[in-house]
Design a protein around this ligand. Sequence first.
Ligand code: SIN
Length: 315
Amino acid sequence: MGSEKIVVLGTGGTIAGVAQAGASSLDYRAAQWGITQLLAAVPGLREAAGCALEAQQIAQLDSKDMDLDTWRRLALRCTELLADPLVRGVVITHGTDTLEETAWFLHQVLAAHKPVVLTCAMRPATAPFPDGPQNLLDAVVVVRTPGAQGVVVVAAGVIHEAQWVRKVHPYRLDAFSSGDAGPLGWIEEGAVRLMRNWPLTQAHQAQAAIEKVMRCSTWPRVELVFSHAGASGAIVEALVQGGVQGLVVAATGNGTVHAALEAALLRAQAAGVRVLRATRCSEGQMLPRPGDALPAAPGLSPVKARITLLLDLLQ
Ligand code: SIN
């Protein structure tokens, strides 16, 4: 009979980054330190965990290069860990750039009746005052919190839900926002202050989704296009010719699309390509109007709508 543990999965990012020279937080290479080295550099982490801490390296990449096969590996590993009665919860270290996408992917494929906490850093591990150690400590505090469950993001003392979190700043330490939904909570002096209930997971839907992810040998091709002043349908036409299966359009305002682009998207839809609209606006939610010709993804940013469509298209 083993003892309780928290498992920390490393995937790379600036949190594992090493500066090239001096104290610069810009001139560095992400994804250099292994997860074991990263954990060893956080004073008090083992005490905060209050149980065994196990480190596993799932990937070592700059999250701008995140890919579907890494997502699959991460999701399968999380599924195994969540099913292990000795695992209290999972922490994932990740780059900030696509953190919100990984969080949304995992939210949809994991029946997370335990906490799965993604965390990150804006400064490399070798910075004179790195933010990664505090974020890791806070992530462990969240896992330890009684009743914690679901996929959440922890950064700069704030807890965000997978659906609402977005990276909104390229430099400052508090780089994430949950828009007008607001934070799920905060970590203050080693304790969680929660604003609402922990996210609920749709266990049946997540189970069906993870089974599709496990079975899939080729990922469907789903691309993003942008509606903007002067847009045309040329990109959509090229993508349809190239065999795209799904298209998400980052639409203006309340889901409107430039007439030329919309015409091409309607032709794509008529030809069997799944099309979804998601608003470019960073706050609020699209309100679908009766008679809209292209389906909407209210409450999802374009990158998250793309993931939802991708999972929908998996056979
Ligand atoms: C990354 O996303 O892997 C690099 C940038 C960061 O973590 O802040």
